[in-house]
Each structure stands twice: as structure tokens, then as C-alpha cells.
Design a protein around this ligand. Structure first.
Ligand code: ZN
Ligand code: ZN
Length: 416
């Protein structure tokens, strides 16, 4: 089939197509909308292509906020200690104001997965916390899907080097771009049609889980024996959503997951991560966590233990789950066999759970519920939302109905 067979195009054409698909399919940008974009300086070529396509789609104003790895490191080297409790609140407030005024949001990801690996974990933790707090009003509009938003990736030299350490810099970068183009369904004859088909498939899979209405999911695999309750009136989502502003968007490119809101007080047992987690420039590997009554009572990591500890100490909600997602092991990202060290890709290669903030859009009528009503349904509340991968070719998942009947959902990592 033409849609699934890789089509050869020069790099510049693929880059342009990625930008076009991000604007049209991912973001669903409408004429008359403003756009707020974030990108690193290494992603300028993609940011420029996106800017052009956004204006051609009728964007009124595209504003891009650039970050730079060297500048970030300079702060850790030279800034006074009190710097790490600060964040540019005025900037995040401005983003929230733009979203309330109708702007769409696009993030280009592609940071160095280990940028802050050698920095003081305490400073990293404090800086992350300060940003989470300042960003919260804007992030809330995103997690509620009040606006159309999406995340796409650009290859960057540091990311490519982390993924392909044995390759020369240019070869590594080319390999990473190829992986991005194929997993993001850009290297096919008609990417827009391929995305529409894929979106339909994810919607159908979510609909099937919504018919089942399981109360609990039971996970069994190497190092994992875990039972997770789903929130009352939970709703499985996958693929695109119609945002509160009426615009249809697909929030992650790539996306292979269907996901919902677990109950914050119902998680029991041990879970072991199946992939390393790159979190804000630090690596956490070999995560093993023990849950009791929804709360982490013990957390270990073979690398980055201190970062993990800081993360779950952010607030009480950081020790509880806000998302559960199912991804078959045969997803194109998993079958490529690469670990991307980037959550956008790795979370779409394996079933995962996320510590922290829940998506209220994953509850029936969730956008109409107050904070108290959301909590009563079991939706978690936190400054953080961190996905980590627990799926593998050896993971079995059962669904347990309200009447206690157990049904196979996944066997050896695949849908039953
Ligand atoms: Zn997810
Ligand atoms: Zn997530």
C-alpha cells in the first residue's frame, strides 16, 4: 500500500512536509488564530518551515520563544544559588493570556537528553519546580484541552549523539531525522491521508475500551505485579481531540497510545520501568516503584535516584498517577528498536503510566467539573506530569470489570 511504503524525498522536502503536517493535522491551526511556539536554537530550520506554513494557513501572529543549551548551562555554572528558585512568571503568564485570547500552542522537542546530567540535582529539582509553578496557569489550559496544541520533534546534534554514540555527528543527525520522518508518518506517499487513517484506528481502539468500562487493570511482567484502578467515569482517548475552542488537533506527533485517567487512590504493587527516562535533561534508569493505596511508598532507580526522589517529593500528587496509557509492542516506534531518550517517542513505543497531573479530558464531562469534583472522581492533581515506560514484549494486562470478571486486554505486549 502506498501509504505505508516509505517514499524517498530529499531532506528539505521531508522537513517541509513535517512542518505542513504539524500545522494542518497536528495543530489544526485555523485562519485568524495566533500561534505560540517554543523551540531550541538547533530547531530553527523546522521552526522557520512551521512559521511559513502557519502564516499560509492564516495565522495572525506567530511568536517563537527560543531556548539554547549553552545558555541553560551558563546559569548552572555562574548564577547565584537563589536563581534556582526563580522562573520567568511574567512569560508564562503571557502564554496563558495568549491561550485565553485564542492562540494555539506548538512545542518543538529535541533537547539534549543529558544536558543537566552533571549538574547539582538539588538545583535542577528547584529550577524545575519553579518553572512548574509559574507555568501552571498556562499548562492547565493545555491539559484541559481548552486550546488546540501539538508537540513535534526536530533532530538536534546533541540528541542524535546521545542516541547514536558510535556514529559520526552528521551520520547520527541523518539517522535521527530518518527515524523522526518514519515514526511521524512523513516518509509515505500521502502523509495527511496516512494520519487520518491512523487517527481513525486509535479512536476505534479507545471506543472499544470505553465500551468495556473496566474498574481495574492488572499488570504482570518481569519486575511488575501491579493493579491500577481507573477513575470513576474515566474516558479512554486516542488520536485527536476537539479542543474547547472547537479546533480539532492531534496533540502528539507521533502518537500511538490510547490513554485515560487512573484513580489517584487505587494503585497497588510493584512496577518496573522498561526504558530509561530522560527528564528535563537528566537520565533516570532502572526505576522500580512500590505503590500502596495509590501512593508511592518506595522508589528506587539504578541511575538518577536523587533526581527521582526530588521529582516525587514535588508535592503529594507527584507520588500518585495521573495517566495510564496502552501501546502495543508492535507500534512502528517500538518495532524500530530505538530508544529515543525523549518522552514524545519513547512513551509511544511502550505502555506507560505518568506520575502527577491528570487530564480532565479523560473523564466523562471532565471539562465541566470543578477541582473538588475532579478529585472526588479520582483525578490526580500535581505540578508535574512525567510519563515512564512499563510496557514490553513480556507484559500481560488484564481488565477487571465492576463485577470482578477478569478479561485479557494485552498478551506479550499485544492487543488481544
Ligand atoms: Zn501518554
Ligand atoms: Zn503523559
Amino acid at each position: 500500500m502506498s501509504q505505508t511504503t516509505a517514499t524517498f524525498r530529499p531532506f528539505s522536502e521531508n522537513l517541509d512536509l513535517l512542518a505542513q503536517v504539524a500545522v494542518k493535522v497536528g495543530l489544526g491551526l485555523q485562519a485568524g488564530q495566533a500561534l505560540v511556539m517554543t523551540a531550541s536554537l538547533d530547531a530553527v530550520p523546522l521552526a522557520r518551515r512551521i512559521t511559513e506554513h502557519a502564516y499560509r494557513a492564516g495565522a495572525t501572529l506567530v511568536t517563537t520563544l527560543y531556548t539554547d543549551d549553552e545558555t541553560t548551562l551558563a546559569r548552572y555554572r555562574f548564577a547565584p544559588n537563589e536563581s534556582f528558585d526563580l522562573a520567568a512568571k511574567w512569560l508564562y503568564d503571557g502564554m496563558a493570556e495568549a491561550f485565553k485570547g485564542g492562540a494555539a500552542r506548538l512545542a518543538i522537542t529535541g533537547a539534549d537528553p543529558a544536558l543537566l546530567a552533571n549538574q547539582d540535582a538539588d538545583k535542577v529539582g528547584r529550577a524545575n519546580r519553579a518553572v512548574s509553578k509559574a507555568y501552571r496557569p498556562a499548562l492547565e489550559l493545555i491539559t484541559r484541552h481548552a486550546i488546540n496544541w501539538t508537540i513535534v520533534a526536530s533532530a538536534t546534534p546533541a540528541w542524535a549523539a546521545a542516541m547514536f554514540p558510535a556514529e559520526a555527528p552528521e551520520a547520527a543527525l541523518a539517522k535521527l531525522w530518518d527515524a523522526i520522518f518514519s515514526t511521524t508518518r512523513i516518509d509515505v506517499a500521502d502523509p495527511v491521508a496516512a494520519w487520518r487513517d491512523h487517527d481513525r484506528g486509535l479512536q476505534q481502539r479507545a471506543a472499544r475500551m470505553n465500551e468495556k468500562r473496566y474498574d481495574w487493570l492488572q499488570y504482570k511482567g518481569p519486575g511488575t505485579d501491579f493493579r491500577l484502578g481507573l477513575a470513576d467515569g474515566h474516558l479512554w482517548l486516542g488520536g485527536g481531540t476537539t479542543a474547547g475552542n472547537g479546533n480539532y488537533c492531534i496533540p502528539n506527533m507521533p502518537t500511538e497510545e490510547i490513554f485515560t485517567t487512573p484513580h489517584k487512590n487505587r494503585a497497588e504493587g510493584v512496577v518496573t520501568a522498561t526504558k530509561p527516562l530522560s527528564h528535563q535533561g537528566t537520565m533516570i534508569e532502572g526505576i522500580q516503584v512500590h505503590f500502596h493505596e495509590g501512593r508511592i511508598v518506595e522508589a528506587r532507580a539504578s541511575r538518577g535516584q536523587e533526581v527521582l526522589q526530588k521529582l516525587i517529593d514535588t508535592d503529594d500528587g507527584a507520588r500518585r498517577l495521573g495517566e495510564v496509557a496502552l501501546v502495543p509492542h508492535s507500534s512502528p516506534i517500538a518495532s524500530g528498536g530505538l530508544t529515543f531518550l525523549n518522552t514524545l517517542f519513547d512513551e509511544n513505543a511502550a505502555s506507560h503510566i505518568a506520575l502527577g497531573q491528570a487530564y480532565s479530558s479523560c473523564l466523562l464531562e471532565g471539562d465541566k467539573l470543578s477541582a473538588q469534583e475532579l478529585a472526588a472522581r479520582g483525578a490526580n492533581d500535581s505540578l508535574i506530569h512525567v510519563d515512564w515506560m512499563i510496557g514490553s514484549a513480556e507484559l500481560d494486562i488484564d481488565g477487571i470489570t465492576a463485577s470482578g470478571v477478569s478479561e485479557p486486554v494485552m498478551r506479550k505486549g499485544e492487543w488481544v
